[in-house]
Design a protein around this ligand. Structure first.
Ligand SMILES: O=C(O)CCC(=O)C(=O)O
Length: 213
């Protein structure tokens, strides 16, 4: 099942649409206004960020991730997933500007961001839930897409309901909250389409151990 946004017209730019996933709370802004054009933000992040290809543990073996990543945030926002522990690099001026816009639109605060660089259609992210203890019981994750459009797939964790697919447009914002991570997995599959590079930023709120539910 594919989700098509109802409108991308300029008057609806700052309006969110709710995705029809049972047991999830996902809002999508297909064409948000940003402090600078999305293509300019893409080029600056591509050139300014110290991208790395790190290995994660999958089925007991360490393998390089099929994309480049970086982790930025406030001091102390250490994040561990799939056997990888990330220590934050400080915010850059551009990441701070994007974070302010995301916070203003979403109404949530974020103290860190995971950046993903998909060099071409062969780079991907496997199905997963962002449900690590540091994110709390109802993680709120704001995902900004820049560069080439790519499909994001949602698959229910227990029910055999059809997968839901949405094409994430450049300049879009997707906010996952509530029970989304408890009930659904999400991922970016490889594509055979001729596809340019894409940068994705997922803003997160890392909780100190005494704040976790
Ligand atoms: O690239 C995307 O849109 C997905 C990123 C994602 O799922 C993640 O960082 O956990």
């Amino acid at each position: 099942m594919s989700f098509e946004p109802a409108s991308t017209d300029l008057f609806a730019r700052n309006q969110a649409e709710r995705l029809p996933l049972h047991g999830a709370e996902i809002n999508y802004w297909p064409n948000l206004e940003w402090p600078l054009p999305q293509a300019a933000a893409f080029a600056r992040l591509r050139d300014e960020i110290a991208w790395q290809q790190q290995s994660i543990q999958l089925f007991g073996q360490f393998r390089p991730q099929p994309r480049l990543t970086a982790w930025h945030g406030d001091a102390g926002t250490t994040y561990t997933y799939s056997g990888l522990t990330l220590e934050p690099v400080p915010w850059t001026p551009l990441l701070t500007e994007i974070r302010r816009r995301v916070e203003a639109v979403s109404g949530h605060d974020f103290n860190s961001v995971l950046l993903n660089f998909y060099r071409d259609g062969q780079d991907s992210m496997g199905l997963h839930s962002d449900d690590e203890a540091e994110l709390g019981p109802k993680p709120c994750i704001a995902s900004v897409s820049l560069g080439a459009p790519r499909h994001l797939i949602f698959k229910h964790r227990r029910k055999k309901t059809p997968r839901v697919r949405i094409e994430l447009a450049p300049g879009s914002l997707l906010l996952m909250a509530g029970d989304t991570q408890r009930n659904w997995r999400h991922g970016i599959p490889k594509t055979q389409r001729d596809c340019g590079p894409r940068i994705n930023l997922t803003f997160r709120q890392i909780l100190h151990s005494q704040q976790r539910g």
